[in-house]
Design a protein around this ligand. Structure first.
Ligand SMILES: C[S@@+](CC[C@H](N)C(=O)[O-])C[C@H]1O[C@@H](n2cnc3c(N)ncnc32)[C@H](O)[C@@H]1O
Length: 226
């Protein structure tokens, strides 16, 4: 369902515990989007897929400390908060409108997430205090000129929390090779790689397109399997 007010819309995202939509095991998240502005004010397909993964693995997320990078409209982090995670949502520190929208979206869903600016490759004091169990990032690998900064930040956060994992969804436009190369460069390794459509319910898959992959990444000297 989408409600329109000028260029701003509120989209509703439903997650069902089983195929018949049993309300006992279902959640709904509302997201404020703005179609004409920033990348971070739109729910991208990678976000729909990562949010579904969080929902399907909700027992893993319940009680965990989650950090979402480049969260934008924040659907995966909001689902994690709904299932009982302690969530910090972050985006580029210079994107005040995106950060304000993240706060509004938390209020809309009655969720108490932390919202903060975190620009990849920038070492503000706040980043040193972050100790997530799980780092999320949907469609954060879209501009190759920013890949090193993103991986530098992910590598730093994983070294600060060596048992943590980075779970990201991305459009696989030119093969997995560049990401493989950067993982080696930044002391990281892939412990899981799946087709993003392989676990998506057909009613959601039919609305999306593209070659989207989900990877779980850890420190290469850390744990070996997720
Ligand atoms: C394609 S959008 C994805 C947004 C959201 N995760 C989703 O999938 O709907 C990329 C996001 O990364 C953020 N971003 C881009 N460059 C960044 C940087 N250098 N540091 C932090 N965030 C950045 C953008 O503001 C935007 O929210």
């Amino acid at each position: 369902m989408t409600t329109a007010t000028t260029t701003t819309t509120i989209s509703q995202h439903d997650f069902y515990g089983d195929d018949d939509g049993d309300s006992e095991t279902s959640i709904s998240v509302s997201v404020i989007e703005n179609m004409k502005e920033e990348y971070g004010l739109f729910v991208w397909p990678c976000s729909v897929i990562l949010a579904e993964y969080v929902w399907q693995q909700r027992s893993r997320f319940r009680g965990s400390t989650i950090l979402e990078l480049g969260a934008g409209t924040s659907l995966p982090g909001l689902v994690a908060a709904k299932v009982g995670a302690n969530v910090t949502l972050t985006d580029d520190s210079s994107k005040a409108e995106v950060l304000e929208n993240m706060t509004r979206v938390c209020e809309l869903n009655n969720l108490n997430c932390n919202v903060m600016g975190l620009t990849w490759g920038v070492w503000d004091a706040t980043i040193f205090d972050l100790r997530p169990n799980i780092i999320l990032g949907a469609d954060v690998l879209y501009d190759s000129s920013a890949f090193d900064d993103l991986f530098a930040t992910v590598s730093f956060l994983l070294q600060n929390s060596p048992d943590a994992v980075f779970i990201t969804t991305y459009h696989n436009r030119s093969g997995h090779h560049l990401i493989e190369f950067l993982m080696v460069k930044w002391g990281l390794k892939c412990v899981k790689l799946v087709d993003g459509f392989s676990f998506l319910p057909s009613r959601k898959a039919s609305l999306l397109s593209g070659n989207i992959q989900l990877v779980e990444i850890v420190l290469s000297c850390g744990k070996s399997a997720a």
